[in-house]
Ligand binder design. Structure first.
Ligand code: WTA
Length: 646
């Protein structure tokens, strides 16, 4: 089973045994292209509807889509109750493992009881359908319970990743108009309790409209307490009844808001709705990973605070009655084999993770996975950024034992579910390429004018037909929704913001963002957001931020700053202060890898910062074309300032 590192042109055909029993075969593409809407309607039948739809898609007012018009369903009922009613109450929904090694096994019947209790508690707190509830929790089962409880009563959840700062939380609370925040005293991170409640206290003190903070006890850290506002989860949820009648909501009823970085400093609240979203996450989860609900143990190793967690830890797996693993902590705690130990312990059959993690494992060495029994694995997934062929091969060989197909899934917070990926029982795999639009999805590579491009020509990725799990708008900002995604090539064509090319076989290769969004360890961070944070510091006069390629994290954040007169002589201390400042301001994931103090920034004659040149510097490359610079000597000034190792 030895694999040469010669990657170019190599194909990995679908394993025969897997193909013979795969959930979907090659005919699925033909079926979907014959009747796209009929195909999606058929997939919607996987769900239980209280009232069937009259029309599959209403696209009369693009880009505002309505899917399964007139249909009614309850998302939480579909994820939990119906499985219990069908006699699967004893099946495990989650094998949860805390970072310190504590565990909880949660069956579908237990999950149903917890969700009902939490739904009753939220109702008691005055939360009604359409109200927004913020969730700022570690990776503990209460995160899933909270999301489903919101869905059950028609409240819109807004999960904020626990690694975000009080500031980031405050701006999201304000933008969404949240009334209740669900949080915890803290969670475990790298072997120690890490507090969450102080950030909530700080954020809530600065915003209007948050009535209650519901606090899960996880770490037993001391917490400050605001009487009347703060409530313990175990008090309020604990005393509720496990009976709760789910109400059916419109297929287009809002399900959740998830904030993501755009090209300006203000994050966008991506809005997802119910029927179409659940249809596509359930179907893609089942087809992309060949999920067998009765025998697979599925693990999306991501945080529920990201869209990957929403769609493939919570909604897709639960809609499909899957058994999932959920892990609270980091991969290196208490040792670098923790993930492999979990795979061995729970007999994980499908693992879904990000290239940045694979590259970290590569760095740690293949001896670590080799020390565990990973033979239960049969399908592997990748998400978040292009997976470079070397990492693909390493993943295939050292984690997948040379036998597991790797499903490289391209999608976005905005798309809600998988959009471009191979199918494990069908596609001959090509390391590094996401390959094929998912059945029922139309993707093209176009030039700046929107003309479709021929083979091996680099262009822009667009989606040319609406899809069920598409975002419906940006929360509170329809104009920004239209401008950002649907104006570049007209109101019927979705501009994804990614560069791409098609090869001679028609396979799609994703080439990274074409806008000012960086991808650091699979997390989207806007250059503008980091620049704004830096400029807000009293020592900084001007800042320009670029994403420079990084062997582990995909891209690393490199900032160029011009200091204010009074701060000019400060050195390394100031750089560290600024890095900490950004981490505090936005969150540790946004902390610049490197900050260079410069005298000038390269600008075009119209005053735009030439990031392309800064990226050349940050990546230590020969400088590109400088002819549009106002003053090309600026670049020499910057280069002279560089440490030799930069
Ligand atoms: C990038 C994560 C190449 C891409 C689900 C996209 C990828 C952005 C892949 C969305 C992939 C995600 N291959 N690039 N398989 N998956 N991306 O919103 O640039 O956090 O636009 O959603 O990540 O990131 P987001």
């Amino acid at each position: 089973m030895s694999e040469s590192t010669e990657v170019e042109g190599r194909r990995f055909p679908a394993p025969e045994a897997l193909a013979a029993q795969a959930n979907v075969g090659p005919e699925v593409y033909e079926e979907a292209s014959r009747d796209r809407l009929g195909f999606w309607a058929k997939q919607a039948e996987r769900l239980t509807w209280a009232q069937k739809w009259d029309e599959v898609l209403d696209w009369t007012n693009p880009p505002f889509a309505k899917w399964f018009v007139g249909g009614k369903l309850n998302v939480a009922y579909n994820c939990v109750d119906r499985h219990v009613e069908a006699g699967h109450g004893e099946r495990v929904a989650y094998h949860w493992e805390g970072e310190p090694g504590d565990t909880r096994t949660i069956t579908y019947a237990q999950l149903k009881d917890e969700v009902c209790r939490a739904a009753n508690a939220l109702t008691e707190l005055g939360v009604r359908a359409g109200d927004r509830v913020a969730i700022y929790l570690p990776m503990i089962p209460e995160a899933v319970v909270s999301m489903l409880a919101c869905a059950r009563i028609g409240a819109v959840h807004m999960v904020v990743f626990g690694g975000f700062s009080a500031d980031a939380l405050a701006s999201r609370l304000t933008d969404a108009g949240a009334q209740v925040v669900i949080t915890a005293d803290g969670g475990y991170r790298r072997g120690a309790p890490s507090a969450l409640k102080p950030a909530v206290d700080d954020a809530v003190s600065r915003v209007e409209g948050v009535r209650n903070v519901l606090v899960v006890k996880r770490t037993e850290q001391d917490v400050a307490w605001t009487e009347g506002r703060d409530l313990w989860w175990h008090d309020v949820v604990g005393r509720q009844s496990t009976e709760h009648e789910p109400e059916a909501f419109d297929a287009e009823h809002p399900l959740y808001i998830m904030y993501t970085s755009g090209t300006t400093a203000k994050p966008k609240g991506i809005l997802h709705t119910s029927g179409g979203y659940l249809t596509q996450v359930a179907f893609t989860h089942w087809a992309s990973f060949d999920l067998k609900a009765d025998s697979d143990v599925f693990w999306t190793a991501a945080d529920v605070g990201w869209v990957t967690g929403h769609s493939y830890i919570v909604y897709g797996p639960l809609a499909n009655r899957a058994t999932s693993v959920m892990y609270e902590g980091t991969p290196e705690t208490p040792h670098r084999g923790r993930w492999f130990e979990l795979i061995q312990k729970y007999g994980v059959t499908i693992l879904y993770t990000a290239p940045t993690v694979i590259r970290t494992f590569m760095k740690w060495g293949e001896d670590i996975p080799a020390g565990f029994d990973l033979s239960s694995l049969r399908v592997l997934g990748s998400v978040g950024e292009p997976i470079n062929p070397e990492a693909w091969l390493w993943y295939h060989q050292n984690i997948g034992g040379g036998r597991c197909p790797i499903v490289d899934t391209w999608w976005q917070t905005e798309t809600g579910a998988h959009m471009i990926n191979p199918l494990p029982g069908v596609t001959d795999l090509k390391p590094g390429s996401a390959q094929t639009p998912f059945p029922g999805i139309s993707a093209k590579v176009v030039d700046d004018e929107g003309n479709e491009l021929g083979d091996d020509t680099t262009g822009l990725l667009v989606l040319t037909e609406p899809w069920p799990s598409m975002l419906r708008t940006i929360w509170g900002d329809d104009d920004r929704y239209v401008d950002t995604y649907w104006s570049r090539f007209g109101k019927q064509v979705y501009f994804a913001g990614d560069g791409a090319k098609k090869d001679a076989d028609g396979d799609i290769w994703l080439l990274g963002r074409v806008d000012d969004v960086m991808n650091v360890s699979g997390h989207r961070i806007s250059t503008t957001e980091v620049e704004s944070s830096l400029v807000a510091h009293p020592a900084v006069a001007e800042a320009a931020v670029v994403g420079a390629s990084d062997p582990t994290t995909g891209q690393g954040i490199v900032a160029f700053v011009i200091l204010r007169g009074s701060a000019e002589d400060s050195g390394e201390d100031l750089v560290q202060t600024l890095r900490q400042h950004v981490a505090r301001d936005i969150g540790p994931i946004a902390k610049p890898r490197q900050i260079m103090v410069v005298q000038e920034l390269p600008k075009t004659r119209s005053g735009k910062i030439m990031r392309r040149l800064l990226r050349d510097v940050a990546e230590n490359r020969e400088m590109g074309d400088v002819t549009t610079l106002t003053d090309s000597s600026v670049m020499n000034l910057i280069k002279d300032k560089l440490p030799a190792s930069a």
